[in-house]
Write a protein that binds this ligand. Structure first.
Ligand code: FAD
Length: 308
């Protein structure tokens, strides 16, 4: 119930105004977001890399409705990738891209605009010597995002994508994307979806995640296991053993600010551990999804409101 309310508020302009104008919000947001600027992002990336972690950077923004904003987002990614190169961070850090931020919703031409814009980001990533992973948004965008992925991979086979275990279709998508060179980030899924397309209970989603993980870990691609769930982390280690996977043939991923001590523990054991690091001033939608995932975060937010 609370999850549905928070996810609905994440799409409401009125709720956005209220949350953004609350002075204590910034304090809570900083737990999950590196900061507003490129310099903030580079500072946080450097600190994570110094701790032996890998990073995937997200320039915050989604659901763009005008062309100029989509182009500005692409420019921000190009600047980011250039800074990663000049700061010698391209080995440790890649980028994550939401197609809705680069034009996917711009009318009937949206998919083509998003593809052209994603190409510019991939060119900049190739020049920097790093990779791009396409985030996955609500289920109405899945086909379009996977189509863009297919197009991009003909030029840049290292482009990866997120699959969401809560969608009923995802086990089949995992099979399609378990081939050599394929990079798939498997997560549970963060949007409010109808039962016609998505499993609803935690238990069903967790079981679907294990089925998808099994497909990816026994396949020939590079699974990126994006979860904070201790049970799924343990199952990943078991599946790696069962499938004789070397430690460099898959990786763990978690969000910035969530279970940081576990991130360091996994990296300290010799695993590749990548932290999803968002930055920029368009943090509202991202922040509301993090609140929705865990009721305790709402308590943290309310306590900050009371004390700041
Ligand atoms: P859960 O069962 O939700 O959580 C397990 C445990 O992790 C909890 O008990 C708690 O201890 C901790 N935890 C989880 N979430 C939080 C939180 N917000 N605050 C504090 N503690 C928490 N979703 C998409 O739909 N599309 C994407 O493209 C996408 N990309 C992602 C990329 C990465 C690298 C990661 C890690 C997640 C991504 N997600 C994405 C979000 C994902 O779908 C889940 O909503 C999120 O990861 C929570 O699920 P969980 O697997 O951690 O399991």
């Amino acid at each position: 119930m609370l999850r549905s309310i928070l996810l609905a508020a994440g799409r409401s302009p009125l709720a956005r105004t209220v949350v953004e104008r609350t002075p204590a919000t910034r304090y809570v947001v900083r737990r999950f977001v590196a900061g507003d600027t490129l310099d903030d992002a580079i500072t946080a990336t450097t600190a994570l890399a110094d701790d032996g972690l890998r990073i995937t950077l997200d320039h915050l923004g989604e659901d763009t409705t005008d062309r100029e904003q989509a182009d500005a987002t692409v420019d921000a990614y190009v600047r980011l990738l250039d800074r990663l190169r000049t700061a010698n961070l391209a080995q440790a850090a890649e980028v994550s891209l939401k197609l809705s931020a680069v034009g996917q919703f711009l009318g009937s031409d949206g998919q083509r605009i998003a593809l052209d814009n994603a190409r510019r980001v991939c060119e900049a990533a190739a020049a920097a010597g790093t990779t791009v992973t396409l985030d996955m948004e609500d289920h109405t965008t899945t086909d379009s995002t996977l189509e863009v992925l297919r197009e991009l991979r003909t030029d840049w086979p290292w482009v990866g994508a997120v699959l969401q275990a809560y969608l009923r279709r995802t086990e089949a998508d995992c099979r399609d994307l378990a081939g050599p060179g394929s990079r798939v980030r498997l997560c549970k899924g963060a949007y409010k979806e109808p039962s016609s397309v998505a499993f609803q209970s935690r238990h069903e989603v967790d079981r679907a995640y294990v089925r998808c993980l099994d497909v990816l870990m026994s396949g020939e691609g590079y699974p990126m296991v994006a979860t904070h769930d201790p049970r799924l982390v343990a199952i990943t280690a078991r599946l790696a053993g069962d499938n004789n996977r070397a430690r460099d043939s898959y990786e763990y991923q978690m969000l910035y600010g969530i279970r940081p001590e576990e991130q360091l523990r996994l990296a300290g054991e010799g695993n590749t551990m990548r932290v999803y690091l968002p930055y920029g001033d368009e943090w509202y939608g991202y922040f509301m999804r993090r609140l929705a995932e865990r009721p305790a975060n709402v308590g943290f937010f309310l306590r900050a409101l009371a004390t700041k």
